[in-house]
Design a protein around this ligand. Structure first.
Ligand code: NAI
Ligand code: MG
Length: 484
């Protein structure tokens, strides 16, 4: 589709109303069941990446605030939460899930405004999945003995959790729900560019009447996160974010008895065999790399296409890319919203330069980008070598590196030739090939003839530099428990 055709066949605007969320001017910390000012008195701005406007101010928590939060969480653990019956614990979590559902429209709009993700994805994926995680783990709360027969699972105590900015509420749900269900208390930090839905969640949890101190939010930057990691009275750290910070955290807690789970970056392979249903595969490639602006740890950012169908796949892919609507995240028609922050936008542009300089051919679909805000056209790289930076490093944006292959052994080798191991996709008509390839891929999740499918009952996590520990499913209970 040319730019002109796109203009002729453009959609009328279909904006979601932002009135469903009353964004406050300022958000405080949530410690010991109360909204409290940060001890430094400092706040930072949260920006709407769609138009670069300031949305609100968020409390900047420091070491002292973290200490207050950990003390509150310890007291709540010792005096209330660990004494409560498992069934009653479950009831609180069910209540949180239902209240999140009741406020789902508000949460979706807030998430879209704060993060730049499209309302369609926030409304249909992030928020429902976040609610489902609470429902799912609420159900486990009183069945832990059945989950681990004969092993007498016990809670750990106080857990510290650090959240990234790509799926703010969903990642919070992945962490909070299993922690509470297993009987732990929580000190959590949202990412600095996307604190808003965590602040609304704190309000929901407060209204749900969770005993004071069971759940605490200390918002802030990396140093706030480091204060959580380094606090001596925390029993476990759960982190999702960059591999670089994951390594810092692992070093910081080495020699302590803190438990750790790390869910880090990825450079996942999406593999298309010549017998795959090509049109579905093209949809899968699009979903794999352009979902959430490519800010997805398991994004299918390396595409491997069997050589004899490569030309056809790339042609169809370019055609499909031209129909992707890039723009206002709050418009219900938008497919690709805004890049989360100026920093991330600059990082991605840097990678585009590197890709070109290292000799790959760049293709960007024609589209009209809004003048204000951090937008970019969906991007492909062709002529990519295995050693190229754009085939090795996580770009975390709507940028796909395409390579071809001839044989199964070759593509398995290429797919595994990465420091990461989070996810992969395999597209083929042949069931036996799916089992053969997926069992040889060193990746935590392998999707067959689909991509980016998530469910609370299904464990998720990585190999190698993508981290360790599993979130979701029965496996997701284990990191929050100790066994006799
Ligand atoms: P980051 O890893 O710095 O941020 C993630 C979270 O960690 C934020 O809440 C941040 O405040 C916190 N944090 C930062 N430094 C910390 C420290 N020393 N101790 C404890 N917590 C700390 O990620 P950033 O800088 O926002 O993004 C950089 C790159 O990381 C991205 O381009 C992307 O490649 C990758 N990334 C991957 C994610 C994933 O889900 N795999 C999520 C976010 C970023
Ligand atoms: Mg923001």
């Amino acid at each position: 589709m040319s730019k002109k055709t796109q203009e002729i066949w453009s959609y009328a605007p279909a904006p979601e109303s932002s009135k469903v969320v009353q964004i406050k001017e300022k958000y405080d910390l949530y410690i010991d069941g109360k909204f409290v000012k940060p001890s430094s008195g400092k706040y930072f701005k949260s920006i709407n990446p769609a138009d670069e406007s300031e949305i609100c101010s968020i409390a900047y928590g420091n070491e002292k605030d973290v200490d207050l939060a950990v003390k509150a969480a310890r007291k709540a653990y010792d005096t209330v939460w660990s004494k409560l019956s498992a069934a009653d614990r479950g009831k609180y979590i069910f209540r949180i899930a239902r209240m999140m559902q009741e406020r789902s429209r508000e949460l979706a709009v807030a998430e879209s405004i704060d993060s730049g993700k499209t309302i369609r994805e926030a409304r249909d994926i992030d928020i429902p999945l976040a609610c489902n995680h609470f429902f799912y783990y609420a159900g486990w709360a009183d069945k832990l003995d059945e989950a681990f027969p004969g092993r007498k699972p016990k809670s750990l105590g106080v857990v510290g959790q650090i959240i990234p900015w790509n799926f703010p509420l969903l990642m919070a749900a992945w962490k909070i729900a299993p922690a509470l269900a297993t009987g732990n208390t929580v000190v959590i930090k949202p990412a600095e560019t996307t604190s808003l839905t965590m602040m609304i969640l704190a309000d929901i949890i407060h209204e749900a009447g969770l005993p004071a101190g069971v759940f605490n939010v200390v918002s802030g930057y990396g140093d706030t996160g480091a204060s959580i990691v380094n606090h001596p009275d925390i029993n476990k750290i759960a982190f999702t974010g960059s591999t670089a910070v994951g390594k810092i955290i692992q070093k910081a807690i080495a020699g302590t008895d803190k438990k750790l789970t790390l869910e880090l970056g990825g450079k996942s392979a999406n593999i298309i065999f010549d017998d795959a249903p090509i049109d579905q595969a093209v949809e899968g490639i699009i979903n794999g790399i352009f979902f959430n602006q490519g800010h997805v740890c398991c994004a299918g950012s390396r595409l491997f296409v069997q050589e004899n169908v490569a030309e056809k796949v790339i042609e169809k892919l370019k055609h499909r890319m031209a129909s992707l609507l890039v723009g206002d995240p709050l418009d219900k028609n938008t497919d690709i919203g805004a890049i989360n922050s100026k920093e991330q936008f600059d990082t991605i542009q840097q990678y585009l330069k590197i890709g070109v300089n290292e000799g790959s051919e760049i293709y960007q679909s024609p589209c009209n980008l809004p003048k204000k805000g951090y937008y970019m056209a969906p991007t492909l790289f062709l002529d990519v070598a295995q050693s190229n930076t754009i085939a090795q490093e996580e770009i975390f944006g709507p940028v796909l590196a395409i390579q071809t292959f001839r044989t199964i052994d070759e593509v398995i080798q290429k797919a595994n030739n990465t420091p990461f191991g989070l996810a992969a996709g395999v597209w083929t008509d042949k069931g036996s090939r799916i089992f053969n390839v997926s069992s040889q891929l060193r990746a935590g999740v392998v999707w067959a003839n689909t991509y980016n499918k998530f469910d609370p009952a299904s464990p998720f996590g990585g190999y190698k530099e993508s981290g360790f520990g599993r979130e979701g499913g029965l496996h997701g209970l284990i990191p929050y428990l100790k066994f006799d």
